[in-house]
Design a binder for this molecule. Sequence first.
Ligand code: SAH
Ligand code: SF4
Ligand code: F3S
Length: 438
Amino acid sequence: MHRFSIRVFGCQMNSYDGDRLRTAMLHNGWKESPEDEADVVILVTCSIRAKAEQKAVSEIGRYDAIYRRKKAPAVVLVGCMAQRTGREIAKKFPSVRVVAGPRHLGLVPQAATEISEKTPQRFFMDDDPRALTDLEVVPTARTNPFKAYVTITYGCDRFCSYCIVPYVRGRLQSRSPEAILSETRTLAEGGVKEITLLGQNVDAYGKDMDGGTRFSSLLRSVSEQPGLIRLRFATSHPKDFDEDILEVMAEKPDICRAINLPVQSGSDRILREMNRGYTSGQYLSLVEKIRSALPDVSITTDLIVGFPGETDAEFRESYDLLKEVKFDIVHTAAYSPREGTRAAVMEGQIDNRIKAARLNEINALQSEIARASNEEYTGRELEILADGFAPKGTGKIQGRTMTDKVVIIEGDERDFGRLINVRVTRASHWSLEGERTG
Ligand code: SAH
Ligand code: SF4
Ligand code: F3S
């Protein structure tokens, strides 16, 4: 066994875990290869919605058919779906040789090395939601050389009634500030220009420890490290987002003016049923506070339509909230029942066709709002951090503004990792086009 391939599904935390696994495998002497040449395929999976799982399962089926003929590739199944249904999946698919929950990544590289046809399938499940055997590796072998994620909290304690995350990622646990700062220092020294601090709820950082460091002070310490050009963070929870974060952001120009603040619904009754811990009024006043502290901020959100019992009128409240706030981006999703969560057994599950219609309607609205908000950028001069090729664009590259807007310009690899001054010439729903200004 010496060639591996890795595929990442799901959120930024999985990207971070995938980059760390890749780095650890390379350290252990493995080579990364295209999947049709790989001895081992590592799948970093997601359980957030049924669709995310179905996709991964169908990929496993595909590898399994090849494995039955050629005895390769062996599948190493990690991430949230591995924790949720890994045992059942392994029963069905003999190619799955190793299964590990998100809190047992530390054991994965060694287990991959020990895979053989004769040894049984191995399971490293997170049976204790507080235990942690993490991978102590700085993700230096990343998909993007200039940008890196750093997880600052594991797990989540909020138990929103629709959400599987607390069941698959375990309880909230903050990493020590020393470990985080040492990692961000190594990354900056290795040429990383932009770091995104990650947590399901970054604002809860330190709240699990007596006298723990607050998120705002962690943010300040990371932003003061030499070498870094930009600092981002995600995700913020409206219930835990404290004003001291805004003070640090106002004080430090390198912290990006972009806040992902998931609202999930505009209806107070649904928010209560979701166990979100705030009302739409409280959410709106937080948005106002953020916008008055940081006038140039971009605010993005997540929204679920078709939560059990959501009436047309309650859906309309979400619709109206989007119209009122005018978010820069809204990540919309149709509610997907997750076994074991409270909402999955609630009465009034909504028909898929209604969910799809609501999703269409809300996406159409948001698409207009986003275009209008992007159009306000036309003619403006901004600084972007160039970070890669534009998708599909022939020879064009892209970068992001401080407010996380994508700007597409002429350029090549030599621009990557650099700050470039641009003037925005055109706006669309999801990106801007620009030209250099010296
Ligand atoms: N911690 C973040 C979000 C994590 S999950 C927060 O508190 O918002 C990412 C997004 O997936 C959520 O914001 C939610 O909009 C969506 N999501 C989670 N569970 C879902 C479900 N069962 N059905 C549909 N969407 C879901
Ligand atoms: Fe899920 Fe809620 Fe935790 Fe976000 S805060 S991860 S939605 S339980
Ligand atoms: Fe998916 Fe797990 Fe992230 S369920 S969204 S990969 S925390």
